[in-house]
Design a protein. Structure first.
Length: 256
């Protein structure tokens, strides 16, 4: 089955899960790579993709007897965030895939905003925007990961096709802080991907386009061996950066 742009898996999980409980793999009290400023990053359990280079593979499996996550009530999580609130600008919910838990996170964000904090979502972009309207409304910014624009089943190990609907929609609402592509050779067509994304985001001067050279540190041994052969050279990364700039993206950050 081909899943066009969004996964209905997310909706199903949301309906099955208790809306008052969030399965959390890890909380990082102070993070500075998950959006602007010092932020508390919350990594949920469960993802609708299964990327070959995933650095949080333990978060992929949907909550089950084998997964070892902590289940937080809204009150518990708010109390934890309150402890950090004097030192942070906001929170970022990442994963796994945060949009799988849109009902809970919508409630969470409404409460967190009362503390004067901003609320971000880090997403792989595979969601049904109609189904998460409330979440979109209450989210300040999205960090939006585009895995590639074609042959995505190779890199995500799911039968999906990407379209730019969700990204364009969030850009129009000025809800995107960063678009990100993990650059891995052969699994995705890097030039086509960077070209297509750059053409979509070039008019949004404030949006950062982050090009991340895939790396294997922290991956399981078998996984790392596979990835090693597909790492772009520094020269290739700079060429991609220049390509994005030549199309008109003002704010390109390359992570080598
Ligand atoms: S979308 Fe992110 S968390 Fe999910 S499998 Fe891919 S890299 Fe891992």
């Amino acid at each position: 089955m081909i899943i066009h742009m969004y996964s209905t898996e997310g909706q199903e999980i949301n309906m099955k899960m208790e809306k008052s409980i969030l399965p959390v793999k890890q909380i990082i009290p102070f993070a500075n790579v998950d959006g602007k400023g010092n932020r508390t990053a919350i990594f949920v359990q469960g993802c609708n993709l299964n990327c070959v280079y995933c650095h949080n593979p333990e978060t992929i499996k949907l909550p089950c007897a084998e997964t070892n996550e902590t289940k937080y009530t809204l009150e518990d999580l708010i109390n934890i965030i309150k402890q950090y609130s004097p030192y942070i600008r906001g929170i970022t919910v990442s994963g796994g895939e945060a949009t799988l838990y849109s009902s809970y996170i919508t409630q969470l964000f409404k409460e967190v905003k009362k503390l004067g904090l901003t609320c971000y979502i880090d997403t792989n972009g595979i969601f049904n925007k109609e189904k998460i309207q409330d979440l979109i409304e209450v989210t300040d910014k999205f960090l939006f990961d585009v895995k590639g624009i074609n042959s995505l089943s190779k890199v995500t190990r799911k039968d999906i096709e990407f379209s730019f609907d969700n990204l364009e929609y969030l850009l129009k609402l000025d809800k995107v802080e960063e678009v990100r592509t993990v650059c891995i050779k052969d699994y995705i067509d890097l030039k086509d991907t960077v070209t297509a994304i750059s053409n979509v985001i070039k008019r949004n001067n404030n949006v950062i386009y982050k090009l991340i050279r895939v790396h294997y540190r922290g991956l399981k041994k078998e996984q790392a061996i596979n990835i090693k052969d597909f790492i772009p050279s520094k020269k290739e990364m700079i060429e991609l950066e220049n390509l994005a700039k030549s199309i008109g993206v003002k704010n390109v950050v390359t992570i080598l």
